[in-house]
Design a protein around this ligand. Structure first.
Ligand SMILES: Cc1ncc(COP(=O)(O)O)c(C=O)c1O
Length: 454
């Protein structure tokens, strides 16, 4: 559902649900300002489409995670940013400044972290099919934990560690059998998930590690991630309960005490006025208390807690700016408005019907007059960004500002139709600077080769 009110001068936000817009977003005299920088200035400097990230929003979320856990939990904690949500070297540096670690899932993500000299002891490596090269990179760089996903990976990692003469500190990824209410594509904790050991196979995996690979694999604990865009905190309570019960059984059966408990990410954000996410502080407090009381009941030593937020650290910080191109009107159909981006820079609406909120940045003081369908410029009928957008009359060169695009937009973007990815800028305290350059035409053809026999 889209909303846009007629704005008075100096309105703070166009939405009643202020969580939709970045913390550093205001409207002054009809102008959208973010991080102290007018959106119009960003467009004049960088053009459109453009990803904009508000540093204040990211830092506030990072501090909410870190400080709440540190205050509420009586043992060690580590917040690692699930950087699949959005990654570049500058963002690695920002996270490091905030004392946040990284959850990487590929050689490319680890390489990006290395380019930022990211501290290895704050990196965990996830993924259901890590290659030998990726495992070697992880061991060479000395990442804090490798999260082992399946039986094949136990053997593969043990062999790599043996060859390199290293010991791998590992967590076992466990599918806890929890169903949560979110889109099927972003559920991961259910029994039939492709990720992790189902509960009934965990002890077999531990026996294999302890009996066959004690010299190369050091089992530090378990890991679970139940899904993404989750609003019910009860699911996390269930996860803690299942994991500590399992830990207790493993202690008595194998004499192995888990030092670490990684509870994954998944907290939801407000994309639309209907979304009512729980504050980060509430979830972190609940996790700390649930782990503490369950551990106490089992007389289990408090493990170090890891959490892996992606979306809830960065999605709200992001906005995408587009320029309106044309209008197509067909009787009996919602009018089409085309913008200069689309599914190449935001695949989520096409992939799983994701819904976004938006405003017309240069017409904030005008009343809504129509409902349109905002479509991209890519050659797919499914390239629809906003299905029913209530807005003032849209004309060519108007600026569409879509909120909540900080996570899984640039990260899932493509060069479909040989269209370059947009630039990404960071805004903070009245300053703006590039995090990622716009992809040029030359960049698009840079890896192309012509076979020798042509
Ligand atoms: C293992 C793991 N951790 C953390 C995350 C981050 O999830 P979210 O962005 O919902 O916080 C994901 C997302 O897929 C994941 O697979």
């Amino acid at each position: 559902m889209m909303m846009q009110a007629t704005l008075e001068k100096n309105t703070v936000t166009p939405f009643e649900n202020t969580l939709i817009v970045p913390a550093g977003y205001t409207v002054e005299n009809g102008q959208s300002i973010v991080g102290g920088v007018p959106v119009a200035d960003l467009i004049a400097t960088y053009g459109t489409p453009l990803y904009v990230l508000d540093g204040q929003t990211i830092r506030e979320a990072a501090r909410a995670y870190k400080q709440t856990l540190e205050t509420e939990y009586k043992a060690k904690t580590l917040v690692v940013y699930a950087c699949k949500a959005n990654l570049n070297v500058g963002l690695c540096k920002l996270m490091a400044q905030e004392g946040i670690g990284l959850d990487v899932v590929s050689a490319g993500e680890l390489y990006t972290a290395m380019q930022a000299n990211f501290p290895a002891n704050n990196i965990v490596f996830n993924g259901n099919n890590k290659s030998v090269t990726e495992l070697e990179m992880a061991l060479d760089y000395g990442v804090e934990r490798i999260i082992v996903d399946n039986f094949d990976e136990i053997g593969r990692l043990a062999a790599v560690a043996k060859r390199l003469g290293k010991v791998a500190n590992i967590l076992l990824r466990v599918a806890p059998g929890i169903e949560c209410h979110t889109h099927e594509y972003i559920k991961t904790g259910q029994n039939d998930s492709k990720f992790g050991f189902p509960l009934h196979q965990v002890k077999k995996a531990i026996a294999e590690i302890v009996n066959l690979h004690a010299e190369t694999l050091c089992l530090k604990g378990i890991h679970g991630h139940i899904g993404s865009q989750i609003f019910e905190l009860k699911a996390y309570e269930g996860l803690v309960d299942i994991f500590l019960t399992l830990a207790n059984e493993v202690r008595s059966e194998f004499g192995v005490t888990f030092k670490d408990l990684d509870l994954g990410g998944g907290l939801g954000i407000a994309y639309t006025p209907d979304d009512d996410p729980q504050p980060i502080e509430v979830l972190m407090k609940q996790l700390a208390n649930t782990v503490q009381s369950k551990a106490e009941a089992l007389n289990y030593p408090l493990p170090r807690i890891f959490v892996e937020p992606g979306r809830s650290l960065i999605a709200r910080a992001g906005m995408t700016l587009y320029t309106v191109g044309g209008r197509k009107v067909v009787e009996g159909v919602t009018p089409f408005i085309s913008v200069d981006g689309g599914m190449g820079d935001n695949i989520r609406p096409a992939l799983y019907q994701a819904v976004y909120s938006a405003v017309v940045a240069n017409k904030l003081t005008q009343a809504n007059t129509e409902t349109v369908r905002v479509v991209g410029k890519y050659c797919e009928s499914g390239d629809v960004l906003l299905r029913a957008f209530d807005c003032p009359t849209l004309e060519p060169n108007d600026t569409l500002l879509v909120f909540g695009t900080g996570a899984y937009n640039h990260a899932m973007s493509s060069n479909y139709n040989r269209i370059g990815r947009p630039a990404m800028v960071l805004v903070e305290n009245g300053k703006h600077g590039l995090l990622v350059e716009r992809e040029s035409l030359a960049y698009l053809a840079a890896n192309d080769r012509i076979p020798a026999w042509f």
